[in-house]
Design a protein around this ligand. Structure first.
Ligand SMILES: *Cc1c(COP(=O)(O)O)cnc(C)c1O
Length: 385
């Protein structure tokens, strides 16, 4: 969960002070004669590119906005379809609906991410793009999914809201497809309170998205803002300089955050792995996971429920699975109309999810907490084993 655990006055606040010490809080661009060379949003985008080794980044107001702006850059038309997975945060599907396209969800596999097999079945003539979500810090099956997208000429977007810092084959998540999106809300690896980022493989998509996220302004630094040209309408999803200041300080801590999370989940799993009826969540070969949560699979749904009960009894709780699937699983969204799924309740995904338990991981976890997690699960497995 974790960026919020490492926010302090020394790092984040002193970045903000640089803004206040140099004029006022301006837009991300313009007002060059007043701001003493302070461009926090631009600096944050540049550091982000450097960090995950990509070329074009655009900061926006949230992870949901990142998806929305990414879709806007594709120029989708009415009745176009965008496919994502049944297990994701509701925002992924909301962004598709907001873009005017029809959302289609496909089943997940044992990695808890998009099933390439079901993806192939869900593709129609109307499909234009695929949003693969790297849920809870574990990469989706990029190798297969990229191949399918290429074969069918579909654009691949990676919803990396929950995967910043994760890698597959040593390449950062979010940089494998055409577009990657990220979130900096309070619960994500690094936080700016609210915020998001989009990275692009192609300059053309970046330019389009940048204009669209700012009412269509085709920013020209040589003229005043009101003289900017425009070729389409857009909206306002502009990041603020204040958010960017926090982001610059947070990004410097990303590797530390992920190392701490990995260390803590390894400690817990090293205890658990000797028990029977419990396995680690499956992940693609050569995955580097962020371990935002430690996800384990129990042999049965009943065991997962019992383990959760015992954890909660000891004041520990779980995260998303099974706690909050109603916001993260298409099979439970009675309020959203998905096209193409003909009343599917995603029973295959549900069967997989039901056996999993996600244990929240923090940067700072006491020996006592780590022990309590182990003991609670051990008690249940020994009793029912
Ligand atoms: C958090 C999240 C989002 C939305 O990000 P916000 O910044 O909260 O708008 C989108 N997709 C996934 C998978 C997420 O976990």
């Amino acid at each position: 969960m974790p960026g919020y655990e490492l926010i302090n006055k020394k790092d984040e606040l002193s970045e903000i002070k640089k803004i206040f010490n140099n004029g006022s809080v301006f837009f991300r661009q313009g007002f060059d004669d007043k701001r003493n060379g302070i461009f926090k949003t631009k600096d944050f985008e540049n550091s982000f590119c450097k960090k995950i080794n990509t070329k074009y980044a655009l900061a926006v107001t949230s992870g949901t906005a990142a998806l929305r702006v990414a879709l806007a850059s594709l120029g989708l038309k009415k009745n176009d379809e965008v496919i994502t997975q049944s297990f994701t945060f509701v925002a992924t599907v909301e962004a598709i609906i907001e873009s005017g396209a029809n959302p289609v969800c496909c089943e997940i596999d044992e990695t808890l991410n998009m099933s390439p097999h079901d993806l192939e079945k869900k593709i129609t003539k109307k499909t234009k793009a695929v949003i693969l979500v790297h849920m809870l810090g574990t990469p989706g099956d990029l190798q297969k999914i990229k191949k399918i997208c290429k074969k069918k000429s579909l654009i691949l977007i990676e919803d990396t809201a929950w995967g910043l810092g994760g890698k597959l084959n040593n390449k950062y998540l979010g940089t494998h497809g055409s577009i990657g999106t990220f979130s900096f809300d309070y619960a994500k690896a690094i936080t700016t309170g609210e915020g998001g980022m989009i990275v692009f493989k192609n300059k053309k998509d970046y330019i389009k998205a940048k204009a669209w996220h700012d009412h269509g302004h085709e920013n020209n630094p040589k003229v005043p803002r009101w003289e900017d040209t425009r070729s389409s309408s857009g909206f306002n999803y502009r990041f603020t300089e204040l958010q960017a200041a926090v982001g610059i300080a947070q990004l410097k801590k990303l590797s530390k955050i992920i190392n701490l999370q990995r260390k803590n989940s390894t400690k817990i799993w090293n205890n658990l792995k000797n028990l029977k009826q419990i396995q680690l969540r499956k992940s693609p070969k050569n995955s580097y996971q962020t371990y935002d949560a430690l996800i384990v699979r129990l042999n049965t749904k009943k065991l997962a429920i019992e383990c959760r009960k015992e954890l909660v009894k000891n004041g520990l709780g779980t995260k998303i699975l099974p706690e909050a699937t109603s916001w993260h699983f298409a099979g439970d969204w009675e309020h959203i109309k998905l096209s193409n799924n003909k009343k599917s309740n995603f029973s295959s995904s549900r069967k997989i999810l039901e056996k999993h338990l996600s244990i929240p991981i923090n940067c700072f976890m006491t020996k006592n907490t780590i022990n309590k997690i182990y003991k609670s699960i051990k008690k249940v497995l020994n009793k029912h084993g």
